[in-house]
Design a protein around this ligand. Structure first.
Ligand SMILES: [Zn+2]
Length: 494
């Protein structure tokens, strides 16, 4: 549990929280986006970043440390003065350079002391990022080194600077979970999930979900988690829903340098844009043709500004969705923008127990917007609760009206399935569903029927369904009598 990390609102595994940063005498609202400031190359003046919504930025202490001029200035005046920004500053340690170039020339003690000396608000030890798909032997060897470095970091006196405890473990969920449990035991402060960049760059979002959920299981719910490298706004909603609190964006500048324009639905190339699909100041004041004709530096700056605007707008949308309780609806919307995001969302939903344990029992109206909605934690929670009911005698489960011939009459609402009349007007059974709800919703409802029937062997059930497909009816136990409400019944005698 990190002291000074207070959760205000929760939805799925996502949360809006306040992270206290003692050295800055500030709190940062999470989910937070940290623009990456490259001390050697300024795309946007860091002093302007708060105007976009940045409360926290990240820079690389290793680059500062290994560049004489930067190091001397940072030691003399502090890193805030060096960058010209008064937000909270997180410093990375050079682990990324270690992964890229294989070797760096500082130890964890040195780099932490340096980060402390230049006034970083959050520092980072030199962990060892293991690339995805590395074999188990290598992952374990790298983890042993990271473990030592974290223990060293925990023992170093860094005053009131918060310290990151990166969680590695490659693409082995069990190793990630164990590494996270070890890190959480060291009483450090912020927990980055490391080496996700290659997975994110390759759009391997399902693997990212596996890795993050494994880390979350080891860390427990009470600590802030940073998904290193998650800078594309199209995946913020998914990343928040899996319980990540901090994201960093180098993307805003790197993409701009390449004439790439970020949107919440993916990336566009400036040359392909006929009009700017965005309401930010850059896009309302310019058109693509004008921007294409600008000098390189001006074009890069304007695109970077747009990229920041669209990123912070999505971040605010994610926060509002968590407050409102419709984060999963937002994730579903974003998942429609890219197949890899849809894979990631499905992988998240498959983690039923982990998701359900965190998800609030009551929130805003449940909107059924896609077949994936049938796998949401509200549905699995309702199914589990069905086992608690004790029913006797003749029971009608119906999508139609009540009938007097039965001792007990329950409604059936896809995707949840059966529920007692007393719950008709309670969350999530007040769900807005499309008509027809479709096969996935009917199959989920059938699973609910099966759970209830199996828990009540002595009762005798009739299911009156509205034209369910065979794939749903196959899930209903054979002992249940079926009535198809969509088939016209015999006309009554006149
Ligand atoms: Zn824009």
């Amino acid at each position: 549990m990190t002291e000074g990390f207070e959760v205000d609102a929760q939805d799925a595994l996502g949360r809006v929280a306040e992270l206290a940063v003692p050295r800055a005498d500030a709190t940062v609202t999470t989910p937070a986006l940290m623009p990456v400031v490259n001390p050697n190359r300024e795309t946007i003046d860091p002093a302007r970043l708060p105007a976009f919504g940045a409360e926290i930025v990240i820079t690389n202490a290793y680059i500062i440390h290994s560049t004489d001029q930067l190091r001397d200035r940072a030691l003399a005046d502090g890193v805030h003065d060096l960058l010209g920004v008064d937000t909270v500053i997180v410093t990375d340690s050079g682990s990324f350079q270690l992964a890229e170039y294989g070797d760096i020339d500082v130890t964890t003690e040195e780099i932490l002391a340096f980060q402390d000396a230049i006034g970083a608000d959050v520092g980072t030890p030199v962990d060892v990022p293991t690339p995805p798909d590395a074999d188990r032997e290598r992952v374990e060897a790298d983890l042993a080194t990271t473990r030592d470095r974290l223990e060293t970091a925990a023992a170093v006196d860094t005053g009131d600077m918060l310290v990151n405890a990166p969680v590695q473990g490659g693409t082995f969920p069990a190793l990630r979970e164990a590494a996270a449990r070890h890190a959480a035991g060291l009483a450090l402060d912020v927990y980055p999930v490391g080496a996700a960049v290659p997975l994110l760059n390759a759009y391997r979002y399902a693997d990212v979900v596996d890795v993050v959920l494994a880390a979350k299981r080891g860390l427990g719910p009470g600590v802030p988690v940073h998904l290193f490298g998650a800078g594309h706004p199209m995946m913020f909603a998914l990343a928040a829903a899996m319980g990540c609190d901090l994201f960093d964006s180098a993307a805003y500048a790197l993409y701009a340098r390449d004439d790439r324009y970020l949107t919440v639905r993916g990336t566009e190339h400036l040359e392909d844009l006929r009009t700017f699909p965005c309401a930010c100041p850059v896009c309302t004041d310019h058109d693509p043709a004008t921007v294409r004709d600008l000098e390189d530096a001006d074009r890069e700056r304007l695109l970077a500004e747009h990229n920041l605007h669209v990123s912070f707008a999505e971040l605010r949308r994610v926060r509002q969705a968590i407050h409102h309780g419709d984060l999963l609806e937002l994730v579903e919307t974003r998942a429609r923008g890219h197949p890899a995001l849809l894979e990631g969302y499905r992988r998240l939903l498959a983690a039923t127990d982990q998701l359900e344990a965190a998800d609030p029992a009551s929130k805003a109206t449940f909107f059924y917007v896609s077949p994936e909605s049938a796998a949401r934690p509200e549905v699995t929670r309702h199914h589990r609760r069905l086992e608690n009911y004790a029913l006797e005698g003749e029971v009608l489960l119906t999508e139609g009206g009540a009938e007097d011939d039965y001792g007990t009459c329950w409604s059936v609402t896809p995707p949840f399935g059966p529920h007692p009349p007393a719950l008709n007007r309670t969350y999530p059974l007040t769900a807005e569903t499309p008509d027809p709800v479709g096969r996935a919703g009917q199959e989920a409802a059938a699973r609910g029927v099966a759970r209830l029937v199996e828990a009540n062997a002595s009762a005798s059930f009739t299911l009156a369904h509205d034209g369910w497909p065979a794939t749903a009816l196959e899930i209903v136990p054979d002992s249940v009598a079926l009535v198809d409400l969509s088939t016209p019944r015999e006309a009554p005698d006149r």
